[in-house]
Each structure stands twice: as C-alpha cells, then as structure tokens.
Design a protein around this ligand. Structure first.
Ligand code: XMP
Length: 504
C-alpha cells in the first residue's frame, strides 16, 4: 500500500519519502533497478522515479525494470526519473551544455497535477540534460523561460514527469503537486501515528508470540519507545538499561521512573566501575568508542546468561539506517548499518526491529501515543558512548563531574529561557586546555569548557545555533560560578562540515 520510490541516486530521494509520508501516505524506497516483482510485492498505488547523478544516455545508466512501464501503475518521474520516462516512450533527451542549478519560475501550468499552483510558481532546478522533444502524443504541462518541458504527461496521463524538484523546500508548491499526484493515483492516506503504532504492535505480537525479548535501553527516544511498545503489546520482555557511568545528570533516575511507571520490566545494570576502569588512561577517541562497545557486549552477555534465555533482541533501528544500508544505487549505500556490534550473532539472538519503517519524528509520535513523557521524548540526541566523547583526553571521575555539571547547567539554562527546542542538540565539552583567570584577588588556572548547540535535520549536516547572547552569558556565568574548577567558557561557532557535532 502507498508509494514505491525508485532510487536512482539523488541526494533528495529520502526527502521524497518524507514528503509523501507528510501527506499521510505510506512510502518505501527501493533501488531504481529493482525487479518489478519486488515493486509489486509492496502493492503500491503509484511509483515515483527519483532524480539521480547520471544521464539517461550513458550506456550503463541505471534504468527501471522495463516491465514497470506496462504495469498500469501511475508513474511520476522527477528530473532523471522524468527523462527515463520520456526516453523510454521515444522522446529525446539532450545535454544542454550548462548545468541548470537553482531557483526558476514556471511560465505556465495546466492539468490536475498543477491544481492550486500559481502559473508563475518558483521551482528548484538541478540538471544538465533536458527533454528536447516529446514522445508522440505527450504534452507539456508547464514550462519555464529556459525550458519548454518543465513538466510533461503521457497521452493517457498515467505517466507524469517534472524536471524540477517538488520535494525540496525551494519549490514551495512542491507539496501541493505531490498531493495532487497522490490524489489522482487514489493513494490511501492511512499513514498516521495511530496506524504506525497499531502496525508495530501487530508486528511484534505476531513475530514474537510467547517468546522472550531482551531490549537494551539507552534513555533515548527510540529504545525507550521500543521498550514501551513491548510492554504495551504484552510481550514477555526484559529491558536492560546499562549505566556506564557516562550518563547525563539525573538521566538514570528519570529513565527508570518513566519506564517503570509505564509497565516496562526494566533492570538497571550498574556497570560504571567496569566501564571507567576499562577507560582509565585512554585518550584516543576511537579507542574510547571501541572499549565502550566491547564493554556493552560484555554486559549484555552477562544479562543474557543470568536472565535468559531470550529468543529475540529488540533494536530501535530506524528507516534511515535501513535505507543507508540497502546497497542499491546512490543514496542507498552511504554507510553500512551500525547496530550493537556483532551482538545478535554472537549471542544467537534473532533481531526484532519494529521501527525499521519509521523516521525519527514518526517514532517520536508513536512514543507520544505510548505515553512517553516529553522530557525523554523530545530530549536532544545523546551519543551511545555518552560523556566519554565530550571529555577530550583522559576520563577521570573529576573530569566527568565537571562536564556533567556544565552540561546540566547549559541545558537547564536553555530550558528556563525557552530556547531548548531551538537547538537540535546542545552540549558541553571539557577541553584539555587550562587558561589563566582571576578569582577574587587571586590568579587561577582553570579548565576551559566549550558549549556547542546546533540546528540540524538529521545530524548529517548541522549549523551552529544562533542562541541569544544573553542566554549564553547566563550559562557562562552560572558554569564559572557553580563549578569553581572552570575558569573559561567558549562557544563553538563551527558548522558541520567541516566540524562534526561532537568534538570527538
Ligand atoms: P557527529 O559528531 O558525527 O555526530 O557529527 C552526529 C550525531 O551522532 C551522535 N554521535 C554518536 N552516537 N555513538 C552514537 O550512538 C557514537 O559513537 C556517536 N558519535 C556521535 C552525535 O551526538 C550526534 O547526534
């Protein structure tokens, strides 16, 4: 049910999937060259062909299964996808010499695809080849000054193509266009948080039955929602919350209270000594991550041994992880799927991933329906290795205490000033630098704490958050006053790239 999006490698493919879901319809991304049987197995009402970095006349250009054209399904081609449709139907696509990139305006529009869209609507172009001649019987639906075929339709209107990108925000009416396409294709609008929850509940009940499930809880929204889902579904589960001693202030108590109150069988494993011992003297960030990963496995092994057997290990894998590890064209192979390094195989678990079709904000909505308190549901993301990667250099109890306090003060200030939600993530870093300052009449040699707040959509890129100066001022004053070891506070004004969000 819903829409299959064939991915030909566009950086925007994931956005198409998001836009369709925002319009209330289910969407799933498949590799552009997927066999038609694979496409039909999704029982879609429509197919969207994405853009891509290639040109259709390259000999090895990726193409859809030719049987798709005869399937009778409504097709919408975007950019490269439109050119595939036109080429297949006998039209001509030509190199236009220069790359057309940026904002343009439609000169005239017609047909149901453009219902509710102004004739001169702005659109976003990104292409270097264009349709030069339409296939027999096809017609243009929209043009720009430079491009007579900005949108095209087959004689029966079943195949539609747009040269511009309706999925990006620079095409403000793109949502209306996609909405029109979904309506014309009679795609059901049943993709609601309630339906996602029902689907996930039905899935775990059917897959697990009376078997036992182990779920690792980190305090983040995905794993917390997962534990709640199991509890709500009546599954025999154990949620293991590993306190590695690198959590934020008050985090453990908050997670324990919230999840236990909602019926999760939660067991906290206090492994802080074990983790901190293993990290003693280690300065290299990769080595820190490696050690933490190894200790997590050891703790899980212990839980499985003592409290098992468990047939399943539940993981909060999300749709972007699945897309990125799908191994198809372009966007489908950015990186391989990172789960709890080798754990399921090593312990003989079967994996249970009820959120593998959901985006993060969709999981947040499911979590709301499950009753997860907003403090946890809307909390900024926090890395698995915790505060270990926010202490540059060696991790000691004293340095942990400093960064934990600084983080808590910064976050508290953002909350009290009502700007917590303006940052996608905010954090404090303890640098290895000491600097000179004065306290009273005395010269003091104190730690330097760096504050970082960023805006982002998916953490792949990020911009430093333009927090009000008086909020930063208040945070800096409180940190230096309440943590005497800190002599200086700086604010990180680097974006990602070239920096990353975390300092390690
Ligand atoms: P970077 O620093 O790579 O971070 O820009 C992007 C996002 O990922 C989080 N992060 C991690 N999460 N294990 C995790 O589970 C890690 O090792 C890790 N490193 C970074 C980071 O907090 C940010 O949200």
């Amino acid at each position: 049910m819903g829409v299959v999006i064939l991915d030909f490698g566009s950086q925007y493919t994931r956005l198409i999937a998001r836009r369709v879901r925002e319009l209330g319809a289910y969407s799933v991304i498949l590799p552009g060259t997927a066999p038609v049987e694979r496409i039909l197995a999704e029982a879609p009402q429509a197919v969207i062909l994405s853009g891509g970095p290639r040109t259709v006349f390259e000999p090895d250009a990726p193409k859809p299964d030719a049987r798709l054209y005869a399937s009778g399904l409504p097709l919408l081609g975007i950019c490269y996808g439109m050119q595939l449709l036109v080429q297949h139907a006998g039209g001509e696509v030509r190199d236009v010499g220069t790359r057309s990139y940026g904002a343009d305006r439609l000169a005239r529009v017609e047909g149901p695809l453009f219902r509710g869209i102004e004739p001169n609507a702005p659109v976003w172009m990104s292409h270097s080849t264009a349709v030069a001649a339409l296939p027999k019987g096809w017609r243009g639906l929209a043009a720009t000054d430079a491009n007579p075929y900005a949108a095209v339709a087959s004689p029966d209107g079943r195949m539609l193509g747009v040269q511009f990108h309706p999925e990006v925000i620079h095409t403000p009416s793109g949502g209306v266009l996609l909405d029109n396409f979904l309506t014309a294709a009679a795609v059901p609008r049943d993709w609601t948080p309630e339906a996602s929850l029902e689907r996930a509940l039905a899935y775990v009940r059917e897959r697990v039955g009376k078997a036992r499930v182990l779920v690792g809880v980190s305090g983040g929204v995905d794993s917390s929602a997962l534990a709640l889902l199991l509890a709500r579904a009546g599954i025999d589960h154990l949620a293991a919350f590993v306190d590695h001693g690198l959590l934020r202030e008050g985090e453990r108590a908050e997670v324990e209270r919230a999840l236990s109150a909602l019926g999760v069988r939660l067991e906290t494993v206090d492994a802080s000594t074990q983790f901190l011992d293993a990290l003693r003297g280690v300065e290299d960030p990769e080595e820190k991550r490696h050690i933490i990963g190894r200790e997590f496995v050891a703790v899980f092994r212990g839980v499985a041994r003592e409290r098992g057997p468990f047939r399943f290990l539940a993981q909060g894998t999300l749709y972007p992880d699945v897309i990125e590890s799908a191994g198809g064209e372009g966007t489908a192979n950015i990186k391989s799927h990172h789960n709890v390094g080798g754990l399921p195989a090593a312990l003989g678990f079967e994996l249970l991933e009820p959120f593998r079709t959901l985006f993060k904000d969709e999981v947040r909505e499911v979590a709301r329906l499950l009753g997860l308190p907003d403090e946890i549901r809307l909390r900024h993301p926090f890395p698995g290795p915790g505060l270990a990667v926010r202490i540059l250099g060696e991790i000691t109890q004293e340095r942990l205490d400093i960064v934990r306090r600084a983080d808590a003060i910064f976050i508290d200030t953002l909350r009290k000033r009502g700007v917590y939600g303006d940052a996608w993530q905010a954090l404090a870093v303890l640098t290895p630098i000491r600097s000179v300052g004065v306290a009273g009449d005395e010269r003091r040699y104190g730690h330097v704490v760096a504050l970082r707040a960023v805006t982002s959509v998916d953490a792949m890129t990020a911009d430093w958050a333009r927090l009000p100066h008086d909020v930063l001022d208040e945070a800096a004053q409180r940190i230096t006053r309440e943590i005497p070891e800190v002599g200086r506070v700086v604010y990180d004004i680097t974006s990602k790239p070239p920096a990353t969000i975390e300092w390690e």
